[in-house]
Design a protein around this ligand. Structure first.
Ligand SMILES: Nc1ncnc2c1ncn2[C@@H]1O[C@H](COP(=O)(O)OP(=O)(O)OP(=O)(O)O)[C@@H](O)[C@H]1O
Ligand SMILES: [Mg+2]
Length: 500
């Protein structure tokens, strides 16, 4: 099947998001759709998926013009759209989820569970997936949920699959699993449009690319002809900084000290400390326990033993409210699940943490919040309409910036950033790094949790590497390189990791 989009235009009010975009794609191709946050990637795909209507232009399937007034019409034409927010029901087994809205019935009109089970099993065998269809969706990790969504798309006999940032909340292992599945689909001649801000993923899995900038398609071609640096340049319009970040480093008093912190089997005997003005990275692979560790420090979970000291005094952080009062801020890992409130507008999402601090007798001081937010909006170069617009009208990466703004407004002493650049484009990543450095210069102690070794190396003073819930080692200076981090993250030690 061949898909063509021609001269697509789309505006939201005065915001001309797509000005004149044309491309064609064939079955068996995995094509990256790239562009800065707010470039219009999701909008373009929402048009192809029948979710949004274009202002003008045409969609062609195998050369014939089609109209997609609803998502169902796009699906019927063989296009499946996997949105970043997955649409699965946790309390149903996989096989029932596979047929949501298209349930198979017996002749007597009841659900044909057996047939749904077998059809699912058949699909998994075909796709080479080792998964029991009886399992409840709630028991699956993120990658398997994604895989169930992809298989569900395949059940509708999709010839084309649109994946909008499918990997932002997946671990490396989970991503491998998904890529294996994508390669199988490619062999079955299915076409895939893959949206991602991770250029290394694009280099690995895609054979073609399209780049959107300022509403136009500015570059397209074969991935084998370009470097990640080229792609970054096409996206932002100029070279993206790669040189080291420099800051004036002044370490102050110890802010946080953790001694022998343990939580069941999740993490054990964790001890470390961090000073004001310091940036410490925590990294590791799937199951390393770093997110859980900091959730406990932030009071979102309980530890079984160990001590937490803030400014030299032992504290018991029994709730997140208490943590915020103690000057701790925590940007959680998955924005969509844990960080935004969809029914609230941009300003309210950005200021919810500071409500208690800036309100008097229960009245919220909106003007103060606006002033505070205005500063951050500039620093983070947030692309948005009005403060009162719904948070969901922002592009994914800009939502992430709002969440970051929210925690910066809390004026913390200790700032914990879990996966801070998820879903943000290459240029905005550099903006966020600058902000992290600036915060450290302002004497905040910053903890950065990330699975990207390169990110840790660029912004952190030292890196603590975890492996299965323990601290496997710590690296700094010259030793803080991808090689030693990977060696520690896989349970090795530094001497093994050092060649010569
Ligand atoms: N429903 C909507 N109402 C108003 N504006 C919208 C709506 N949807 C998108 N926009 C605007 O259109 C522009 C493009 O958004 P889009 O979501 O397509 O970006 P994107 O390329 O997917 O970015 P990201 O990488 O951050 O996900 C943004 O400026 C966004 O605010
Ligand atoms: Mg998007």
């Amino acid at each position: 099947m061949e898909i063509g989009m021609q001269h697509i235009r789309k505006s939201f009010g005065s915001n001309d998001v797509l000005k004149d975009v044309s491309f064609t794609l064939n079955g068996g191709e995995i094509c990256a759709l790239l562009g800065e946050n707010g470039a219009g990637k999701s909008t373009l795909m929402n048009i192809l998926g029948g979710v949004l209507q274009m202002d003008s232009g045409a969609i062609l399937i195998d050369g014939k013009q089609v109209e997609f007034a609803t998502p169902a019409q796009s699906q019927d034409a063989g296009i499946a759209f996997i949105h970043q927010e997955l649409n699965l029901i946790n309390d149903l087994p996989i096989y029932e989820n596979m047929f949501l809205g298209r349930e198979l019935k017996t002749k007597r009109g009841s659900l044909d569970l057996e047939k749904m089970y077998h059809k699912t099993k058949e699909m998994f065998t075909k796709m080479n997936i080792d998964l029991d269809p009886n399992k409840m969706v709630r028991d699956l990790d993120a990658s398997y949920k994604q895989i169930v969504e992809i298989c569900r798309a395949m059940m509708t006999n999709a010839s084309f699959i649109i994946m909008d940032e499918p990997t932002t909340s997946l671990t490396d292992q989970e991503i491998d699993r998904m890529f294996t599945m994508m390669r199988t689909l490619k062999e079955h001649n299915v076409g895939i449009i893959f949206i991602s801000h991770k250029l290394n993923e694009v280099m690995e899995i895609c054979n073609r690319y399209l780049v959107l900038r300022d509403g136009n398609l500015v570059s397209e071609g074969n991935v084998s002809d370009v470097t990640p640096k080229d792609l970054a340049r096409y996206m932002v319009g100029h070279d993206v900084r790669t040189e080291p970040l420099i800051r004036e480093k002044r370490l102050g008093n110890e802010i946080l000290r953790v001694e022998g912190l343990t939580s069941g089997h999740i993490f054990k005997n964790i001890s470390f400390s961090i000073k004001s003005g310091e940036i410490v990275g925590f990294t590791g692979l799937l199951g390393d326990g770093r997110s859980e560790l900091f959730q406990c420090i932030f009071g979102a979970d309980q530890t079984t033993s160990g001590k937490i000291l803030l400014n030299g005094k032992e504290v018991k952080i029994t709730s997140t409210t208490k943590a915020i009062k103690e000057g701790i801020a925590y940007l959680p890992r998955n924005r969509k699940e844990n960080a935004i409130i969809k029914d609230m507008n941009i300003l309210d999402n950005a200021s919810i943490v500071t409500w208690p601090m800036l309100s008097r007798r229960g009245t919220i001081n909106t003007k103060k919040h606006q002033e505070l937010f205005e500063e951050q909006r500039k620093a983070l170069r947030l692309k948005m309409g009005e403060l009162t617009d719904s948070i969901t009208s922002l592009s994914g990466g800009n939502q992430q910036k709002v969440v970051l703004a929210k925690w910066l407004a809390a004026n913390p002493k200790l700032l914990i950033l879990d996966n801070p650049t998820q879903g943000v484009d290459v240029g905005a990543k550099e903006d966020i790094y600058d902000i992290i450095l600036k915060l450290a210069e302002e004497n905040i102690a910053v903890v950065v949790l990330s699975s990207e070794a390169n990110e840790i190396i660029r912004v952190c003073d030292r890196a603590i590497v975890m492996y299965h819930g323990i601290i496997q080692g710590e690296v700094t200076g010259e030793k803080m390189n991808e090689h030693s981090i990977m060696s520690l993250a896989t349970g090795g030690d530094l001497s093994e990791g050092e060649v010569s």
